[in-house]
Design a protein around this ligand. Structure first.
Ligand SMILES: NC(=O)c1ccc[n+]([C@@H]2O[C@H](COP(=O)([O-])OP(=O)(O)OC[C@H]3O[C@@H](n4cnc5c(N)ncnc54)[C@H](O)[C@@H]3O)[C@@H](O)[C@H]2O)c1
Ligand SMILES: [Zn+2]
Length: 402
């Protein structure tokens, strides 16, 4: 019995339109002198790097350099290239500018710059021996919550799998969340990353309760299960996503919708990185590793099917999610109300252009048993599921999603 829970987040959060202009002051206040900025060419093209750099000359004797080789769903090789630049430059702070992909790269580089070794040395939970070089995370998507989370995800091309490094030392020192940076986000990235945030919130809220986590109370675990604080954060995130996601996709310059989504994704990040994500993510990792599909789209595709599997164990919670997404459930039975949540998520998928079924991604049916086997091996996520799952049941979910 685990009769306690923990809550961690970024060391400091600065949220609001225009806050990116404060980067120089943050660096100055911490007496940092050598900044390595991790970003990608698309973000340079839309002017975000220039915007970020504007405040840097105000820091006396600051030197900075830029790694512009970030990419969606970054590979281990890309992480290694960024590490080599860090070895030459010897930064004392990493600034991640981008979506979850670049923020995750910044965390890995910050770790290797301090502790040496290579990315695979730290895969899994609890392998980072101590604090990394500080990371300032500046998200440009509204989705992953990486700016507050303890995770970094890479793509392992040799094993066709997404691999996570989880460590309390991976929480950024500072999260600078500036909704203005998301205005340029293309519709597909807005949709996919926004549905990732919805998945984080729903998984955080429907996970196993912290007191039921099947681990020795003295053992440190990557995720604690749900608690009252993660519930509150998840609820607010679901409400905001229900209100703002579709508008953000179809009206990219809608400042209210963009701010709502920036807040939602950060809150969902705070929720899931303590409570945990479960089998939507557990099923997405092998699929994303083999078939190029964004993490958000893969999760969104699978989300209603996992919700349907969880319905018998999470009927009440799903009924609440239906309400938070704005659907009336008066007069319905608890099961019917829960079904409304699943229907709402399916509608959000179709309104945001997410593929509805696995076959729409060009995945052959014969691949499903392999995916089920790989997912069953992701123990840290399996144990958070509100209903226990065998490999056959995972295959059943994948088949229903096919
Ligand atoms: N660390 C975590 O806690 C965590 C959680 C969930 C997902 N992830 C990982 O994050 C990655 C996905 O991140 P993402 O969904 O934020 O997308 P992303 O970082 O992969 O970005 C997708 C594309 O959008 C572009 N882009 C991003 N912001 C833009 C903007 N404002 N204007 C123009 N173009 C922009 C990028 O240049 C990139 O080409 C995956 O690797 C996933 O596994 C990490
Ligand atoms: Zn995710």
């Amino acid at each position: 019995m685990r009769n306690f829970w923990n809550f961690y987040t970024a060391g400091r959060i600065i949220f609001g339109a225009g806050v990116v202009n404060q980067l120089g002051r943050i660096i100055r206040d911490r007496c940092l002198k050598r900044a390595l900025i991790i970003t990608d060419r698309q973000l340079i093209q839309v002017g975000h790097l220039a915007r970020l750099e504007e405040s840097l000359p105000s820091v006396t004797n600051l030197e900075w350099t830029v790694f512009d080789g970030g990419e969606p769903e970054p590979t281990i090789e890309t992480a290694w290239q960024a590490c080599e630049l860090a070895r030459e430059f010897s930064p004392d702070v990493l600034v991640g500018l981008g979506g979850g992909s670049n923020l995750d790269l910044a965390k890995i580089v910050a770790c290797i710059a301090r502790h040496g070794g290579q990315p695979s040395d730290y895969f899994g939970f609890g392998k980072v021996p101590g604090p990394t070089i500080p990371v300032i995370a500046v998200p440009t998507t509204s989705g992953t919550g990486s700016e507050v989370s303890h995770a970094a995800v890479l793509t392992d091309n040799s094993n066709h799998l997404k691999v996570s490094t989880l460590s309390p030392h991976f929480r950024p020192s500072v999260a600078m969340v500036d909704p203005e940076l998301t205005y340029s986000c293309p519709a597909k990235v807005t949709a996919d990353s926004g549905m990732d945030a919805l998945t984080h919130a729903i998984e955080a809220y429907t996970n196993i309760h912290h007191s039921l986590l099947p681990v020795d109370p003295g053992r440190e675990v990557p995720y604690d299960g749900k608690n009252p604080l993660t519930d509150i954060l998840a609820e607010k995130a679901v409400r905001l996503i229900g209100r703002h996601l579709v508008t953000a996709v179809i009206e990219p310059g809608n400042t209210v919708a963009r701010e709502g989504m920036s807040l939602a994704s950060m809150l969902a990040g705070m929720a899931f990185s303590n409570s945990g994500v479960a089998m939507v993510h557990g099923l997405e990792y092998p699929i994303g590793g083999e078939h190029f599909c964004s993490h958000g789209a893969g999760n969104a595709l699978l989300l209603p099917y996992v919700m349907a599997y969880n319905l018998p164990a999470r009927t009440y919670e799903l009924g609440q999610i239906a309400n938070w997404l704005g659907a009336p459930t008066d007069g319905l039975s608890p099961e019917q109300a829960a079904q409304v949540a699943i229907d709402q998520v399916s509608q959000l998928k179709s309104r945001t252009g997410i593929p509805m079924r696995l076959r729409d991604l060009g995945i052959p049916r014969e691949a499903l048993p392999r995916f089920a086997r790989k997912s069953a091996g992701i123990e840290r996520l399996m144990q958070l599921s509100p209903r226990s799952l065998s490999e056959e049941e995972l295959l059943g979910i994948l088949t229903s999603a096919y």
